[in-house]
Design a protein around this ligand. Structure first.
Ligand SMILES: *Cc1c(COP(=O)(O)O)cnc(C)c1O
Length: 386
């Protein structure tokens, strides 16, 4: 490891956790506000009380860092964490013995004993998983339990209504072994979508088959869709990290991620000259161009070859991207920025300063989830709000 690399450790003399390259050598600076994540969790927890508010920390807590985020939320009172994979569950368990852990992708063949070792619950999403888990539980007397995922319209994971009904009849198979009954919305961010209501109705019927079993339905947007979807526990992910769970309305969540890219140089491009790969953008006027040290190698997605409508913020002004995003660099138009306000020792804001994660994602032709989970490893990372 190069001498300039910082380990992901708490520096005794620095109040903030850091990771990645040293700030002075990095192309980009990524700041993650842990206090904002906690504030977001508290807002949701208050909204759904007396239902429990869990936290979804899969995919490295949506790119924000599984360990610092989970630790902070556990300290704030969050008792239940959802991850996608057993390997992620292990990382959560290393942080402490108390939190309940559910693994959304369920039981991969041969891993039942690993679930027991770390006291994590698989979210059982198919009949073969149910059989394998049942055999393990019977043979080992394991009492850690599992969640049952029932499908109500997503057609991804989850037992069909018929499969769930058959399971419910075999009382022995389910007695005491299930801790949670859950389903997942397909269209929760489209509040008017008829599938939401259909899914709620199907789930209401399925619930009656498992009397007394705690239930969970809502992701971030589901929490805002209807109080009916709060059930016994909610599973927010994106809203914790500042994504808007109420598209088309003001974002009730606090911004979490602030990302800056270093300005490497400024150059004058005469009218008629092009910028970047494929010569996809040609200057119509003499243009002052700033070259920024971030690209798709950092998860700043290249996305489309189409006309660019993407922006960054420099000195409080929106500046449009020019041409294609390349692996380590992209160009922006700073012709209208006063010369004194843009220089080689400065930074452009890629996320933050009024350019929120949903807008950045929309401009890149994607969603906040993809933008966040792609946040790169080359940024100098800093955690604030410790
Ligand atoms: C990822 C996931 C969530 C969290 O969804 P958000 O939209 O990020 O709030 C909840 N439930 C399940 C089953 C998931 O896969």
């Amino acid at each position: 490891m190069a001498g300039s690399e910082q380990k992901a450790i708490q520096h005794p003399d620095a109040p903030v956790l850091t990771a990645g390259p040293a700030q002075a050598e990095a192309g980009g600076l990524l700041t993650i506000d842990l206090a904002a994540i906690v504030a977001n969790w508290r807002l949701l927890a208050q909204r759904v009380a007396p239902a429990e508010c869990a936290a979804v920390v899969k995919a490295d807590a949506y790119g924000c860092g599984l360990e610092p985020v989970t630790k902070k939320l556990a300290d704030a009172g969050c008792r239940t964490f959802f991850v996608a994979l057993l390997s992620e569950a292990r990382r959560v368990r290393l942080l402490g013995p108390k939190p309940r852990i559910f693994v959304l992708n369920g039981l991969v063949p041969g891993t039942a004993s690993a679930f027991a070792e770390i006291d994590a619950c698989p979210v059982i999403g198919s009949v073969p998983e149910l059989q394998e888990w049942g055999a393990f539980v019977t043979a080992n007397g394991w009492r850690g339990g599992a969640a049952l995922h029932v499908d109500t319209g997503m057609n991804r994971l989850g037992l069909t209504s018929e499969e769930a009904a058959r399971l419910a009849q075999r009382a022995a198979a389910s007695a005491g072994q299930l801790k949670l009954l859950m389903t997942h919305f397909a269209c929760s961010e489209q509040t008017g979508h008829p599938l939401n209501r259909e899914q709620m109705q199907r789930f209401a019927e399925l619930r009656t088959l498992f009397p007394g079993l705690p239930c969970s339905i809502a992701n971030s947007s589901g929490i805002f869709w209807s109080a009916e979807a709060h059930a016994d526990m909610v599973r927010p992910g994106i809203a914790l990290y500042g994504g808007n769970p109420t598209p088309g309305q003001a974002n009730p969540m606090r911004n979490v991620v602030h990302l800056q890219g270093r300005i490497l140089r400024i150059r004058e491009v005469p009218a008629g000259s092009s910028v970047g790969y494929g010569a996809s953008w040609t200057a119509r006027r003499a243009t002052r161009v700033a070259i920024i040290a971030a690209g798709y190698g950092d998860g700043y997605l290249r996305a489309s070859d189409g006309p660019s409508l993407r922006e960054v913020v420099i000195a409080g002004r929106r500046c449009p991207l020019l041409g294609r995003v390349s692996m380590d660099l992209f160009a922006v138009d700073v012709t209208d920025t006063p010369a004194g306000e843009v220089s080689r020792d400065g930074f452009a804001t890629l996320i933050g300063d009024g350019l929120d994660i949903d807008e950045v994602a929309r401009q890149a032709g994607t969603i906040s989830y993809e933008m966040l989970t792609n946040l790169g490893r080359r940024y100098a990372r800093r955690y604030t709000g410790e």
